[in-house]
Design a protein around this ligand. Structure first.
Ligand SMILES: Nc1ncnc2c1ncn2[C@@H]1O[C@H](COP(=O)(O)OP(=O)(O)OP(=O)(O)O)[C@@H](O)[C@H]1O
Length: 267
């Protein structure tokens, strides 16, 4: 039986006032044998930065795709402030069109949605400036490094000015220095734009560095087994990354992840 609903709630109303995203009893089964997710109950406050942390294959991407409306839950309820029209998605791979310039890649969501009165060129320029690529508007993806391609992907997600940014292990394939740079730039963007960010990762270190809330998931079918508030002085910087406080948070979250993995029979 399918028990599935996506509803909208006006800001200030809904299950909890101030929530951007709310999942209630959400499960996903890909076929008879593959229970991928849940049941999951999960709320994200507007403007928060939350990481979903879990072992490979636990259903993190599935959860994100369900929130984005790219996949339907098998059961449960997904509620998004404003009906979920305002979502930006950054995938694991930059997924750029190789034949199109950086400018045209970033313009794509606007060309598809054609918002009334939008000056597409101006919006693209702003999005590229936000990710530090103003100078590369005319370049082609093959001319860019991996980190720059991911910046283009981020600009493409920001160009429609979404309320919620969903990010699926966007920096996993990058070298450490590039990843650290992008971590800091993402935090600066989040602080400046006050978007709600849901960030999927299997890196304890990345989740603690970036988020205000880390949600730990069990192996498949992924359920939420622990949550941590990363309550540190803002804005964060490289000083936080090398602090005893950061190390202590990482230890605690890492232990929770190990418990989550060990709590299951070996597969
Ligand atoms: N379209 C699909 N059809 C069948 N099974 C799927 C499908 N997509 C995902 N799965 C399975 O569902 C489970 C959860 O997958 P998902 O990609 O959501 O996990 P994940 O936590 O994001 O993994 P990773 O960290 O490796 O990206 C996995 O066992 C996967 O093989």
């Amino acid at each position: 039986m399918i028990d599935y609903a996506i509803a909208s709630f006006p800001s200030g109303a809904g299950p909890r006032a101030g929530d951007a995203v709310s999942l209630k009893g959400v499960t996903k089964r890909y076929d008879r044998d593959v229970a991928a997710l849940g049941p999951v109950d999960f709320n994200v406050r507007k403007g928060d930065f939350v990481s979903l942390l879990g072992p490979s294959g636990c259903g993190k991407s599935t959860a994100l795709r369900i929130i984005a409306g790219l996949s339907e839950p098998t059961s449960g309820r997904v509620q998004l402030a404003g009906g979920g029209r305002s979502i930006g998605f950054v995938f694991q791979e930059p997924t750029l069109m190789p034949w199109a310039t950086v400018r045209d890649n970033v313009a794509l969501p606007l060309k598809l949605s054609r918002p009334r009165g939008a000056d597409i060129g101006a919006r693209v320029e702003v999005a590229l400036a936000r990710v530090g690529l103003a100078e590369f508007a005319a370049a082609y993806p093959r001319q860019l490094s991996g980190g720059m391609k991911m910046r283009v992907s981020l600009a493409r997600a920001l160009v429609t000015d979404p309320d919620v940014l969903l990010m699926d292990e966007p920096f996993a394939a990058l070298d450490e220095i590039t990843r650290f740079h992008l971590n800091n730039d993402l935090l600066a963007l989040w602080r400046g734009l006050r978007k709600t960010v849901i960030f999927v990762t299997h890196s304890v270190f990345e989740s603690v560095y970036l988020s205000r809330r880390v949600v730990v998931m069990t192996p498949r079918p992924g359920r939420i087994c622990a949550e941590y508030a990363i309550d540190t002085a803002e804005p964060r910087s490289e000083d936080f990354r090398t602090s005893a406080e950061y190390a202590a948070y990482c230890r605690e979250v890492s232990a929770a992840l190990s418990r989550a993995v060990a709590g299951r029979a070996p597969r």
